[in-house]
Design a protein around this ligand. Structure first.
Ligand code: WTA
Length: 659
């Protein structure tokens, strides 16, 4: 286990929720929390039935809550029907909140654009009508490859209004990654933008779509719809390419939402696993919507006058559940931001919180850690230079938050008055699973604390038996929950194998190691598989390896993670070339080539921070790469393991040298 995590376990500071956070909160005390947990335990069906009836608008009510007959392919609220977009938009427009601001959009250059729920619904309907006219309908799949924008939310909502299943591809992914997803998901529609703007620079998007098409396999796509963000140049295929503004022009602002079955696939989002091929995580409509809404109500204690801001990108699950769906279903006013935290300077987040009077701020530990550094270097961009008094709740997501960053967040950003909700969850879980409740749970820096009501989280050994308190084990969820992954798109066998291994008694295996303390609090210890977490982004070591070995110079590659002060983990690649082992300037030049190659194959987030060349890789007698050994070497630590099986111990020396 990394040292940073070990130090977490001796953490004994406890921060009770401030009285102001408990007053009037959705769940305002530990008693209220325990009461809900007990309700779910004693009457699991009744608990979820009540939540689904109280929180969702159904076009056809459901009778059965949970169907376990084909486990682990669970069905929730199976015979009910609804439309997710109607629950996010029409509900508020008809419910007296039509003129409430839904989205405050801030562009990279600081330009602000506000849109009310009525206007948002109008735009979603116009696009849905435009898509309908082009022949898109329930059951179709659309790839969305767009920058952070009101338009991205409009496109997602317009798809689900028609029952079109979307798959958003993060704008930082390469043409190759995009092409793989277009093919795997069987898309007939691609929606993109000409370019995106981040940190004062423009980055082409539509040209990447062209490249993806040139790689082949995209013939099922009938249209590429392009949002004009910058006016940047792009190739244009007549008959296939359409401007977004032309598709919506003249369309009515009314479009009846298409009711879909509760289990209808709402979206497919690709994420990294322990093989080279990303998994298409398939989510259902009703259960997912219920949980994204409920968790916004509970974890963020959503209140009508909140200004909520989640800094994630819609290309990740956090941007789905906590930008495109949950906050809209809850009727919140939210900030959507196009740019990056460090442009025009490292005070950008704090400046935006002050200007928009943000009450609820949700970001990743990596951002916090990099802003700690940046504000030390440039004190006039530090949080204490801004009026952050509007803040009432701070959230953290995506990776473990180290106590030092937690304390800085608590003191410097939150003025010691804002509870921190450290939310543990995954692409597969759809929404928060283990998290403090701001008005109820005493927090401890570095712990995601306790499971939400209805979530049967536990820590077990390799036979599925509960481990004793204080011992590490596999984090599992013992009972299904409404927002759980339904399938891996097109690969049910992999779904079963990855998440419900038979030896674990049918429990959902999260893939994280964890431990509980004497208060039952969960401490996440990091992944147990070959998945890395770099800046809160999930990356498979095998994905990076396959990218590297596809380079003509490379014979073999092994990739491991190394703890990193800022990004949590960093990618370290050990590479054997087909030719001689390079040294000096040549090594540096090849390393640069390989980094650029990985950026092109996957995306810049996957670039190895450190590349080391050897004449071979350390292997066991049976030919398996000794990854544990490589992790030690990557950290620059002394090798104390038995290396007698190594064919050529000299290579450890070679591999310990960074280029
Ligand atoms: C990690 C992101 C510690 C974990 C929402 C998990 C966390 C993976 C936390 C999922 C947290 C997420 N504390 N670790 N609060 N939140 N993780 O699918 O390893 O991108 O399995 O979902 O991130 O990453 P994903």
């Amino acid at each position: 286990m990394p040292n940073a995590i070990e130090s977490v376990l001796v953490e004994n500071r406890v921060f009770p929720p401030p009285p102001a956070a408990s007053a009037g909160a959705a769940i305002g005390s530990m008693d209220a929390y325990k009461k809900l947990c007990l309700e779910a335990e004693q009457d699991f069906d009744g608990f979820w039935r009540r939540q689904a009836n109280e929180n969702l608008v159904w076009s056809k009510p459901f009778s059965q809550v949970l169907d376990e007959s084909n486990a682990p392919f669970y069905r929730w609220f199976g015979d009910g029907e609804l439309n997710v977009s109607a629950n996010c938009l029409d509900k508020h427009v008809q419910g007296g909140n039509a003129d409430k601001v839904a989205i405050i959009f801030e562009a990279d250059d600081g330009k602000v654009d506000k849109i009310t729920y009525r206007e948002l619904l109008g735009r979603v309907c116009q696009l849905a009508n435009g898509l309908k006219k082009l022949g898109y309908k329930k059951g179709d799949r659309a790839i969305i490859y767009m920058p952070m924008s009101i338009e991205a939310v409009v496109v997602m909502q317009a798809c689900v209004r028609l029952g079109v299943t979307h798959s958003v591809v993060f704008g930082g992914f390469s043409a190759k990654s995009l092409q793989e997803r277009i093919v795997d998901v069987g898309a007939t529609l691609v929606v993109t933008a000409d370019e995106q703007v981040r940190g004062g620079k423009t980055i082409p998007l539509k040209p990447a779509v062209e490249e993806a098409f040139a790689m082949g396999g995209c013939d099922a796509v009938r249209q590429v719809i392009v949002y004009r963000r910058t006016g940047g140049k792009t190739a244009w295929v007549e008959g296939r390419d359409l401007w977004l503004h032309d598709v919506v022009a003249g369309q009515s602002e009314q479009c009846d939402p298409v009711p879909v079955e509760a289990e209808h696939p709402l979206f497919i989002l690709y994420t990294s696993g322990s093989t080279g091929k990303p998994k298409g995580v398939q989510h259902a409509s009703a259960g997912y919507l219920l949980w994204s809404l409920l968790t916004v109500k509970w974890t963020f204690d959503a209140r009508p006058d909140d200004v909520y801001w989640c800094t994630a990108d819609v290309g990740w699950i956090t941007g789905h559940s906590y930008i495109a769906y949950g906050p809209l279903a809850a009727g919140l006013t939210q900030v959507v931001f196009e740019g990056v935290p460090t442009y025009p300077n490292a005070g950008r987040f704090w400046d935006m919180i002050a200007r928009h009077k943000v009450t609820t701020f949700y970001t990743a530990p990596t951002a916090i850690r990099s802003l700690i550094k940046a504000s030390a270097a440039a004190p006039d961009t530090a949080p204490d230079r801004y009026d952050l008094s509007s803040l009432r709740i701070l959230g953290s997501v995506g990776e473990p938050i180290n106590p030092e960053a937690w304390m800085w967040y608590h003191k410097t950003v939150g003025g010691e008055r804002c509870p921190i909700v450290d939310t543990w969850w995954q692409t597969e879980t759809g929404g928060h699973m283990i998290t403090p409740l701001p008005g109820a749970t005493p927090t401890k820096p570095g712990s995601c604390t306790l499971p939400l009501p209805g979530i049967a989280a536990a820590i077990v050994d390799e036979t599925g038996a509960d481990v004793d308190q204080g011992n590490g084990g596999f984090l599992v969820i013992k009972k299904p929950w409404p927002a759980m992954i339904r399938n891996i798109w097109g690969d049910p066998e992999r779904f079963k194998k990855s998440y419900f291994p038979p030896e674990l008694r049918g429990y959902y295996l999260a893939g994280d190691g964890a431990q509980r303390d004497a208060d039952g609090y969960f401490w996440i210890m990091g992944r147990i598989d070959d998945v890395l977490n770099v800046s809160g982004h999930r990356l498979g070591t095998m994905e990076v390896e396959s990218a590297l070995v596809s380079h003509p110079l490379v014979a073999e590659a092994a990739v491991v993670g190394r703890p990193d002060d800022t990004t949590g983990e960093a990618v370290v690649a050990f590479v054997v070339l087909k030719g001689a082992r390079p040294e000096g300037d040549e090594a540096a030049a090849v390393a640069k080539q390989l980094r650029d190659w990985v950026a092109k194959e996957i995306g810049p987030i996957a670039k190895p921070k450190d590349i080391r060349f050897g004449e071979n890789l350390p292997k066991t007698r049976s030919g398996k790469i000794m990854r544990r050994l490589l992790r030690v070497v990557a950290k620059g630590e002394e090798v104390t393991q038995d290396v007698s099986t190594l064919e050529n111990p000299q290579i450890l020396d070679q591999l310990s040298k960074s280029v």
